[in-house]
Design a protein around this ligand. Structure first.
Ligand code: PEP
Ligand code: MG
Length: 755
């Protein structure tokens, strides 16, 4: 570096000595700025720290007037310092005063300086402050100098993150690292949970920042890159998608990044400034995260995420620690925070210690959400960058009702939530009191309320809620949470346990609904352009009947001595149903021939979730013993809006005229054909939508356990006839109205129906 006495490595060595000195925080910071100024041959070096109120406060300076320390502040975006904090990017200027953002603070006496270099103080992509060096002369700072300043800023970031600087914060001006944060996501599972952050994939904590020997560190970095590349190649060769659910595409991207010269060069340069290999990876990762947080293009963001994952792999290589196995030593009141997570991983945690879960990804119909609901665990998904914004152990509130979280909440917020949790508990108690009251509307329509389930942990909800039975048992969940394909006897064991638990209560088992988004980690699936429209559910069952046959056999055997109901998912044509029915009949004949005890009755139904079936509705009502409307898929296909894609998933209203007309068509034909019909998609569990459904004539609804209480409370106050008249009139009237939601909500309000 030009003219620097000793260069960046000497600077880092001296910094390490200062960090180790047994002195106070202010004195340490004062020494650091003196050292940096001297090393970089600058007249000024200042450190600005970001406060929780969003302003930047001058914490130390060499060269500017000392009186300004702890007095001078900049608002976010104000001046060059505010600008650097906002964009999280270095800024080097030959003449700062000529820059349009320059803001003059008279108390600092900086009017005599021209050369200016400012770098953000970053940690995990978050800006904690700004480090500035200034020169009297007009001066162009070299790349090496900018690099050295960034490395130094990383050391200061550690000092801020360690909490040491908190001790010298002015009263009422807390440092931003501990800033309370409110973030909006989407609700995955209702309930309010208060607890402390546990990262599902713990971050590697880099303790050793400053290298003893740069050559050794370059070699360590290169060796780690070689090992990471080799592991990725191996995974791709094995065609292994089981490792964390990674797909080939992600692995290919990893491979591409692992050879990305720009990325590798930046890490090597960071090592050459005197950092250890792991600190260099972390520094570049932090810059990358800062970019990721500001990136609005979803595709580029995803790529930056991949790069972040790759950096994590590299860190794990360097620090020699594998991802901590989920479930190990979980503290009490844990809130799991993860980028994404599979249902099996969630089940590995000790439920007794969990208070909630927060994900960066994951929609309401994802399987981890289904499992969270089964466990009664508050969960929020789609919280951008949450894994970077929390530190392990931070206090966190998960509001699964509003779909938001509070990180490091202030005491008043915390007590407001504690109150909310108490209120919710009281409401739950009220719902519990409805448990034994029959679900009959004011005008005498008896509604059969059932549960959606898929795991043994769901079953106790039957007694808790007073539901009449299980309207949808998603058999694929057993397959999804298993490490290997469950054998026929394992399947039979689960079905038997379910039937025994339910006793007299009816259970409707849905045959495997895999494929699409429901990937089995141990079953290699071909890449599909449109998995939701792909080879899935009954399509796999008919093309590879071995799997379906063994499941039907397991169901029939488990059902010995009980009535049993089986339904087929994703049926698009009557012919598919008939072929499915033939398979069932063959299995019945086989078991009879071999003298097995049979179920006391067998009903075979069909899920109505592909719109083509609406145009064969009369025929399917004749062919099937019962229908169950899978509105999650039906609406996804009706509106051509991917239920897993957050930009479109909520775009269309289930109470829109077109979806209500589709639902009316099903209800009317089923009634006419005297074919039992129920609704088991998410809309059945939302009181206003459920009001519309009973208005249309549906008398059986299946939903998640937490919905039973609210839906029953609605039913007890509702009149099915009147709601039906309102909807039918609205649908017949036609016109340009898009949705009947407003009219129905007003109707409910007038009649004091809780929705
Ligand atoms: C549906 O599609 O509405 C349904 C109940 O099935 P799943 O959510 O499992 O696809
Ligand atoms: Mg479905």
């Amino acid at each position: 570096m030009r003219g620097a006495p000793g260069g960046p490595r000497v600077l880092l060595r001296r910094l390490r000595e200062i960090m180790a000195e047994p002195i106070g925080a202010q004195e340490r910071l004062d020494k650091i700025v003196v050292l940096i100024a001297a090393n970089m041959v600058a007249e000024v070096c200042s450190v600005y720290v970001l406060r929780a109120d969003g302003t930047l406060e001058l914490y130390a300076t060499e060269g500017l007037k000392r009186e300004a320390v702890h007095l001078t502040t900049m608002r976010a975006g104000e001046g060059l310092v505010g600008l650097i904090a906002e964009v999280a990017h270095p800024l080097a200027l030959a003449d700062a005063q000529a820059h349009p953002s320059f803001s003059y603070k008279p108390e600092t006496g900086e009017e005599i300086y021209h050369g200016f270099l400012g770098v953000p103080i970053l940690r995990a992509g978050n800006t904690l402050g700004v480090l500035v060096v200034q020169n009297r002369a007009h001066r162009t700072y070299t790349e090496e100098e900018i690099e050295a300043a960034q490395t130094t800023a990383m050391v200061v970031a550690e000092m801020i993150a360690s909490g040491e600087l908190q001790t010298i914060a002015q009263p009422g001006a807390a440092i931003a690292l501990k800033k309370p944060l409110y973030l909006q996501g989407v609700s995955l599972s209702e309930g309010v949970g208060l607890g402390h952050v546990v990262l599902h994939e713990p971050r590697v904590v880099v303790k050793n920042l400053i290298a003893e020997n740069a050559d050794v560190e370059v070699e360590r970095l290169d060796a780690a890159i070689r090992r990471v590349r080799a592991t990725i190649d191996e995974l791709i060769e094995r065609g292994d998608v089981a490792d964390g659910g990674e797909h080939r595409e992600v692995l290919e991207t990893f491979r591409m990044f692992a050879h990305d010269q720009g990325w590798l060069r930046r890490m090597r340069e960071a090592v050459l400034t005197g950092l250890t290999a792991e600190a260099a990876v972390e520094r570049v990762q932090s810059d990358n995260r800062a970019r990721m947080m500001r990136q609005t293009d979803p595709y580029l963001r995803e790529r930056l995420h991949d790069l972040d994952d790759l950096a994590n792999r590299l860190l794990h290589q360097l620090v020699g620690r594998d991802f901590v196995v989920a479930g190990s030593e979980l503290p009490d009141n844990a809130i799991i925070v993860a980028r994404s997570m599979g249902p099996a991983a969630l089940l590995d945690y000790d439920r007794a210690k969990l208070r909630g879960i927060v994900l960066e990804e994951g929609g309401p119909t994802s399987h981890v959400a289904i499992v969270a609901r089964a466990l009664g665990l508050p969960a929020v998904g789609r919280v951008d960058n949450v894994t970077s914004l929390v530190e392990p152990g931070d206090a966190l509130i998960v509001d699964g009702v509003a779909g938001e979280i509070q990180i490091r909440p202030r005491p008043d917020v915390e007590s407001a939530y504690a109150e909310k949790a108490r209120l919710r508990a009281r409401r739950m108690e009220q719902y519990r009191r409805l448990r034994d009251i029959p679900a009959v509307t004011r005008d005498g329509a008896a509604i059969d309320l059932r549960l959606n389930a898929g795991l043994l942990v769901d079953l106790p909800h039957l007694e808790e809620t007073g539901a009449h039975g299980i309207g949808l048992f998603r058999t694929e969940i057993q397959f999804m949470v298993a490490q290997a394909m469950p054998s026929t006897s394992e399947q039979q064991k689960l079905y038997r346990a379910v039937l025994e638990h339910c006793g007299e209560a009816p259970v409707t088992f849905r045959t495997l609904d895999i494929g699409g988004d429901k990937v089995l980690p141990y079953m290699s699936a071909a890449e599909e352009e449109n998995p939701a429209l792909g080879w899935r559910a009954i399509r796999i069952g008919l093309d590879r009947p071995g799997l379906l046959r063994s499941q039907i056999r397991a169901l029939l055997k488990a059902g010995a001595g009980h009535p049993i109901e089986i339904m087929l998912p994703m049926v698009a044509t009557v012919e598919e149903f008939v072929r499915g029915r033939d398979i069932v009949n063959r299995e019945i004949a086989y078991l009879r021939r071999h003298g097995h005890e049979m179920p006391t009755s067998i009903a075979l139904g069909v899920m109505v979730e592909v719109p083509s079936l609406l145009f064969q509705i009369r025929e399917i009502c004749m062919a099937a013993d019962f229908l169950s409307v899978g509105s999650n898929d039906l609406l996804q296909f009706l509106f051509a809006a991917d239920r897993e894609n957050r930009q479109v998933a909520q775009r269309y209203d289930p109470l829109s005229v077109s979806s209500l007309r589709a639902l009316r068509l099903i209800a009317d034909h089923a009634l006419e054909a005297d074919c039992r019909v129920s609704v088991c998609g998410e809309i059945a569990g939302r009181p206003l939508e459920a009001l519309a459904l009973i208005g249309l004539g549906f008398r059986s609804l299946s939903m998640s356990p937490s919905s039973i209480g609210p839906v029953k409370a609605m039913l007890l106050a509702a009149e099915a006839e009147a709601a039906g008249a309102l909807i039918r009139e609205g649908l017949d009237r036609g016109g340009e109205a898009y949705s009947l939601r407003g009219a129905l909500a007003a109707f409910a309000e007038r009649r004091q129906i809780p929705v």
